[in-house]
Ligand binder design. Sequence first.
Ligand SMILES: NC(=O)c1ccc[n+]([C@@H]2O[C@H](COP(=O)([O-])OP(=O)(O)OC[C@H]3O[C@@H](n4cnc5c(N)ncnc54)[C@H](OP(=O)(O)O)[C@@H]3O)[C@@H](O)[C@H]2O)c1
Length: 265
Amino acid sequence: MERTALVTGASSGIGRATAEALVAAGYRVYGTSRKPAAVQAPVAGVEYLPLELESEESIEGLAGTLESVDVLVNNAGESQSGPFEELPGDALRRLFQINVFGPVRLAQLALPGMRERGYGRVVMVGSMLASFPLAYRSSYVASKAAIKGFSNAARHELSPYGVWLTTVEPGSIATGLSERRTVYANPDSPHRRRFETMLAALDRNERAGTPPERVARTILTAIAATRPRQRYAVGSNAPLVFALRRVAPVGLAERLTHRKHNLSI
Ligand SMILES: NC(=O)c1ccc[n+]([C@@H]2O[C@H](COP(=O)([O-])OP(=O)(O)OC[C@H]3O[C@@H](n4cnc5c(N)ncnc54)[C@H](OP(=O)(O)O)[C@@H]3O)[C@@H](O)[C@H]2O)c1
């Protein structure tokens, strides 16, 4: 039976690689972009639909399509950085609308159909930073922890119906995301020096990161599992660092995370 999947943010990076992998695996694939007509080198076999996660109207516009999808990959997101003291309220609200409330609503629109048909997969693309929090990324970390929280808690509301929610946490992935990052810091910020040190390390790690195709393979593994796990992590030595986190004191994981971003704590 041909399954149908919808991948948000399929114009670049992880979303694009996932849409491509789903087509290759035989899915009928919808991919979203804020500007579907402007998608560079569209992936053959992907039907592009408009989605602006800041707009309730745009989200609700996908209701008819979401009723019929078997797989939803909530991938689109904003990467935000800035000193906690200086993050503007409107930027925080926008981030949570894009990274949390929008994906939650898309899942709510897809779940009834999945439940009635007795099969479904909802993949939240989170971030390893939600498991390894980092200075000057507080809003982003909190948004990715929030989406993981929805997924972890709601999983067993749906699992009796053959519908599984799961979170994929990528580490540093080479997608060019650093060019699209939103950054908030006051010009005279007392945090500027350490913040810029962290940002430079973040961008360096992203450029040297894991290819997005590797994340796409993990997303397909999660989808194909009979009982998908709560979390799949990929990139940034995920198996090693999660194993270390299980046995080492919290302070050590905190120090290593910050050291990887050139911050001593
Ligand atoms: N790269 C990393 O190191 C990394 C690490 C951990 C987690 N992640 C997460 O992985 C996901 C994909 O990131 P990526 O690295 O592949 O970045 P990317 O190449 O910049 O892709 C982001 C996608 O999100 C879409 N998007 C952005 N803002 C949107 C909005 N307001 N409404 C609707 N769609 C929007 C973009 O589509 P259009 O511009 O076409 O609308 C784009 O396709 C994100 O959730 C990110 O937080 C990335």
